[in-house]
Design a binder for this molecule. Sequence first.
Ligand SMILES: Cc1cc2nc3c(=O)[nH]c(=O)nc-3n(C[C@H](O)[C@H](O)[C@H](O)COP(=O)(O)O)c2cc1C
Length: 170
Amino acid sequence: MSTRIIYTSRTGNTKMLAQRIFEAVEDDDKNICPIEEWQHDTEADTYFVGFWNNRGTCGLEICDLLDELDGRRVALFGTCGMPDNHDYYRTVEDAVKVWLPDHVDYLGCFLCQGKMPMSTRRKFEEMRNENNAREIDACIRNFDAALLHPDEDDLHRAAEFARNAGKRQG
Ligand SMILES: Cc1cc2nc3c(=O)[nH]c(=O)nc-3n(C[C@H](O)[C@H](O)[C@H](O)COP(=O)(O)O)c2cc1C
């Protein structure tokens, strides 16, 4: 069996997951690359495709990649600024899943929180006023919590996801 891990990562969070997933995959024939270096090889058995949450979904480059994987086993993974909330993460998974071609063996999706750039916190601080203080303070608390992610537990769970996905028949 052969496995490819292809990911996009602006600030490194999704890359951390990709590397841990790569280490967890048991196939001898495996490789990992950022999407910019992907040579459009679609002959492997299994693809782990990693994305960062961009306004509730993945970027267009991930949509294009998924479109090429008809007939393959495909697992998704990614990071979100929002915390682990089953409903929200399910919405993100669904938004990305729609780009899978019809004949994919879908192996599931692993998502976890990922830190955001300091500019995001500054934007929240600038937006804060007496009318929105409660809401913005919650955003700032979430921002600060996200600074710790992906943490070791997230990476451990990503590895477990990869090992289980590798065993699934789709
Ligand atoms: C333009 C932009 C839009 C984002 N939109 C969302 C979003 O809608 N929901 C969310 O949970 N996180 C959102 N984020 C946060 C990132 O998905 C998160 O920080 C992610 O871990 C970044 O991954 P990376 O380090 O691999 O680039 C957004 C970040 C940016 C820069």
